[in-house]
Design a protein around this ligand. Structure first.
Ligand code: FRU
Length: 464
């Protein structure tokens, strides 16, 4: 039992383990009305440790039913690192018992990192394949996190995995015998660092064309925040990915520090993604007691044209909120002239949504009686700025508390009027600005719940 923290920070609508630790989402898959979510898991303690896969299911992507531990470390091959799942339509692997099996493709992390598979015919029990590994290590220290998908182009299975400073692509007819088909990223990586948890999928652009998106979680030195997700836009010819729309600056999927290792669900036409809502650099130290870490809301991905080009946009799957207008409060008088309009509202609890509209710069602040405040601003330089410097407990980690990770954000993709949504669930704040093309996930640990929200600027907000 850990002694980390006293207050209950467990979110209500974001998946968290009953006890122990989770990190990356794994094996995301939809089948017959059930959403499957697995997570990197250490059952023994609320800190990173020997990796298992924990299993949870949901019918609405909000309420998650814990299903216990699905995968245990293997004595010879090692612990169970990240990976993905697929329904093996047509039983190409031969591992089905007369029906199509669910196949997990994952990394065994032991003396080396190698890719293995496991199968399930009832979707609750998972049996490692006797002949593991199916992709042995080619001599790389970092070689992990296979994301498997159906390759319509070559009519086979494909997977993308993270191999040191690049992504590698493999193809197979039976999910057991794999051949390497390509590599991407050693030159194109705009962040440096080691690739982790890659994902590759097509999205339809507003002009009707298909654009392939390669998402890469990138492990960085803590001085740069320790983990960020970038994405590349381009083509997949069935064998490899090519970037056709390079951007001079990295494209970040999330401008906050608390969204990492995000990947998408298999076996559904909707492109739905979920991320590990934490930062590798300080997650271990968070003051949440006997559980540690949760997932983000599930987010539906699309592509939109913005003032700054084609961008991936995200729209979260959330509970329905009954929205009402905030009250007009005393404006802040400015000396010698003018004043800033202020709107204010009491908060309806610790699970809520706030929708802000404003002409331009504005700051939304959540606060409590302890003098703790968390703010989301659009500043005069057209940037989103999320500030948790005085938001609550922060002494647990120098990195969280430092100038590096206390404030986050990034440039807007649309100019002009401001419109954003803030979703809050006890310790997790998610901001969606500019049609969800500028997203920010930030964890905060207020010592007592925030009681009020206040908007300063020419605008107003609705709350529910
Ligand atoms: C990303 C990651 C993966 C790895 C897993 C281990 O957070 O480092 O690359 O498979 O976590 O828990």
């Amino acid at each position: 039992m850990s002694t980390k923290g006293a207050r209950d920070y467990r979110p209500t609508m974001h998946y968290a383990p009953p006890t122990g630790w989770i990190n990356d989402p794994n094996g995301l898959l939809y089948e017959n009305g059930t959403w499957h979510l697995f997570a990197q898991h250490n059952p023994a303690e609320p800190v990173w440790g020997p990796m298992h896969w924990r299993h949870a299911t949901s019918t609405d992507l909000l309420n998650w039913q814990d299903q216990g531990i699905a995968m245990y470390p293997d004595e010879k091959l090692g612990t169970i690192y990240s990976g993905s799942a697929i329904i093996d339509k047509g039983n190409t692997s031969g591992l089905g018992d007369g029906t199509d099996p669910m196949i997990l493709v994952y990394t065994h992390h032991g003396e080396t990192e190698q890719q293995s598979i496991a199968y399930s015919n009832d979707r609750m029990h998972f049996t490692p394949y006797q002949g593991n590994p199916v992709i042995p290590n080619p001599g790389l220290r970092d070689f992990r996190d296979p994301k498997v998908f159906r390759n319509e182009r070559l009519d086979c299975w494909s997977l993308v995995l993270a191999a040191s400073d690049h992504a590698e692509f493999y193809a197979s007819d039976d999910l057991i015998h794999w051949r390497k088909t390509g590599e991407f990223g050693a030159k194109e990586n705009r962040l440096g660092g080691v690739f982790e948890c890659t994902d590759l999928f097509p999205l339809t652009a507003p002009d009707g064309s298909t654009v392939w998106v390669l998402v890469v979680s990138t492990a960085l030195h803590p001085a740069f925040g320790s983990g960020r997700m970038q994405y590349f836009l381009g083509e997949f010819d069935g064998e490899t990915f090519r970037e056709t729309m390079p951007s001079p600056l990295p494209r970040f999927l999330d401008t906050g520090y608390d969204d990492y290792a995000a990947v998408t669900f298999a076996n559904t036409d909707r492109r739905l993604m979920i991320g590990w809502a934490a930062c590798p650099g300080y997650a271990n130290l968070m003051p949440t007691g006997d559980f540690c870490c949760c997932m983000t809301y599930v987010r539906e991905l699309g592509l939109v044209d913005t003032d700054t080009g084609l961008k991936v946009c995200m729209k979260p799957v959330t509970p329905d909120f009954d929205m009402r207008e905030a009250e007009q409060a005393e404006p802040i008088a400015l000396v010698p002239r003018g004043s800033i309009p202020v709107h204010e509202s009491a908060l309806p609890g610790e699970l809520f949504k706030i929708h802000v509209t404003a002409k331009g710069c504005c700051t939304l602040t959540l606060y409590n009686d302890e003098g703790e405040a968390f703010s989301v601003s659009v500043d005069t330089e057209q940037k989103l700025v999320v500030d948790r410097t005085h938001a609550g407990e922060n002494g647990f980690s120098a990195l969280y508390d430092s100038g590096i990770c206390a404030v986050s954000g990034g440039p807007r993709s649309n100019f002009g009027e401001v419109s954003f949504d803030l979703y809050f669930d006890r310790m997790i704040a998610e901001v969606y600005l500019d049609e969800g093309t500028v997203v920010n996930t930030s964890l905060v640990f207020p010592r007592t719940p925030y009681t009020h929200a206040k908007l300063c600027g020419e605008g107003t907000f609705e709350i529910g």
